[in-house]
Write a protein that binds this ligand. Structure first.
Ligand code: FRU
Length: 490
């Protein structure tokens, strides 16, 4: 089958499948997801031809992971996204196991998508279980992509540099000066995470530059770094990686895999990234992986979108014929030598109605006009005289998702034991009030909650699967406190 035929077939299948998926109550109203079936990592996040583009790992034929295609959505304002034709299908010798994750960049008015061609091998033959190489597809109109004849444009990692050749994926390309650079995720011979960097004049011919960064087994930074990203936020270089297999440390790293960053400095001569901060994760919730950033030159900012799910978690929406969604776009800000993530300011456009309440109380309170399943809620709790607070979201008779804050320990705990559909567990983060105030900005969308604490200092994102009836929002002060609430229906 030609690439074009495979795309047409997938489109038709998707159209039919979307009839069922659209009926699903849990399908997001304002987050990016596919019309039907499985999605994972964001790919190719960029600005091209007057729009933001976001591609994603996509299996159009079922709500489970399968041979990866690239789905595609675009938006002029980061708020209203429209689905575009499926961009890539795994039809060639070098990508027949899947068009895995990658990035996109504009060159001479054309859009270049760089992705990993994945091929499965028979492990019982004793060798590697896969071949992964880097490939390019070019689009003139942003819709139709043609794979180049030179594919794969990067066949293999050099053999003698202490890096395994098997796992080699997720290219993130950017331009610096006159040259293009690409960072690709790998693992060392000892099986710790690493990334390699290449340079090119034309995006087609690539030259190996160096191991850009790597970890040791002792560091507990995982056995493989997936989805590397590189960019700049507030004048600082930032290297983003998604390490697989970090071990839990107390209440940290409880998800199967993590996504986080190092601030530092890229040396373009040597190709080495000097790590200046310890690894820290972007999000302390249950569901956040493989974030991708784009440098928004127009507005001089760095925007991040991630997959709002996690490998191996229960995904009850699969029974409705779809699976997976993206986070809201977040702006990265460097502050106090760490990275804050804030909802993109454009998202205020989503606000449909506005309600404000201000109360001083030590009793449980709720408000008739502060309830729902799609909303933005901004709440500021003055804890000067109180010991803490519980905020309960998506509440029905038997359901709730509880956010508990304890001023003594500074621990904020997210409890999903009653979030629906048998999902469970807690995630927590230590975060101090600012001037005795804890501020929460929360985006709720049918089956997700994204909780931004103290202006993006910390974030917890999670999928939840309550029933339609679970629309209550309940404030439970532990002691006398002033609560200020701004609530917007979306
Ligand atoms: C990360 C990842 C990538 C890979 C893709 C496959 O979630 O495992 O490393 O390219 O998903 O869908």
């Amino acid at each position: 089958m030609t690439h074009q035929e495979a795309l047409e077939k997938a489109e038709l299948f998707q159209k039919e499948a979307s009839k069922q998926a659209e009926k699903s109550y849990w399908k997001p109203k304002y987050h990016i997801t596919a019309p039907a079936n499985w999605i994972n990592d964001p790919n190719g996040f960029c600005y091209f031809d007057g729009e933001y583009h976001l591609f994603y790992q996509y299996h159009p034929y079922s709500a489970e992971w399968g041979p990866m295609h690239w789905g595609h959505a675009s938006s002029s304002d980061l708020v209203e996204w429209r689905t575009r034709p499926i961009a890539l299908a795994p039809t060639d010798e070098y990508d027949k196991g899947g068009c895995f994750s990658g990035s996109a960049i504009e060159k001479d008015g054309k859009l270049y998508a760089m992705y990993t061609g994945h091929v499965d091998l028979d492990k019982s033959l004793g060798g590697n279980d896969r071949i992964e190489s880097q490939c390019i597809a070019i689009s003139e109109d942003g819709d139709t992509f043609k794979k180049v004849e030179n594919n794969p444009v990067i066949k293999k990692v050099p053999e003698n540099i202490g890096i395994r050749t098997e796992h080699f994926r997720d290219p993130k390309v950017w331009k610096h000066g006159d040259l293009y650079y690409v960072v690709v995720g790998v693992q060392t011979l000892e099986e710790s995470g690493a990334v390699v960097v290449y340079k090119s004049k034309d995006l087609i011919n690539w030259e190996f530059l160096n191991i850009m960064a790597k970890s040791t087994v002792e560091e507990n930074l995982g056995f493989m770094w997936e989805c590397p990203n590189f960019g700049e936020a507030d004048g600082r270089d930032i290297l983003i990686v998604s390490p697989q297999g970090m071990k839990p440390e107390a209440e940290k790293y409880l998800n199967v895999h993590q996504s986080g960053f190092f601030l530092g400095k890229m040396n373009y001569e040597t190709g080495e990234f000097d790590r200046q901060t310890a690894f820290d994760i972007f999000d302390y919730g249950f569901d956040f992986y493989a974030p991708q950033i784009m440098q928004d030159e127009k507005n001089n900012r760095c925007i991040m979108i991630s997959w709002l799910d996690m490998w191996e978690s229960k995904m009850p929406e699969q029974k409705d014929g779809w699976c997976g969604m993206m986070s809201i776009p977040r702006i990265l800000k460097v502050k106090d030598n760490t990275v804050y993530s804030l909802p993109a300011p454009e998202l205020v456009k989503l606000r449909k109605s506005e309600v404000h309440h201000e109360v001083t109380t030590d009793k449980t309170v709720s408000f008739d006009d502060v309830a729902g399943d799609c909303y933005e809620l901004n709440a500021v709790f003055d804890l000067t005289e109180a010991n803490g607070v519980n905020l309960k979201l998506r509440v029905s008779e038997n359901e709730e998702t509880d956010i508990a804050y304890d001023k003594e320990t500074n621990i904020l705990l997210l409890d999903r034991d009653k979030s629906g559909s048998g999902i469970e567990g807690q995630r927590q983060i230590e975060v101090a009030p600012i001037d005795n105030k804890l501020s929460l900005r929360i985006f709720s969308d049918r089956s997700s909650l994204e909780i931004f604490i103290n202006d993006g200092q910390r974030v917890l994102s999670s999928r939840v699967y309550p029933t339609e009836e679970a629309t209550g929002i309940v404030f439970v002060p532990n002691g006398l406190m002033n609560i200020s609430i701004d609530f917007y229906k979306i």
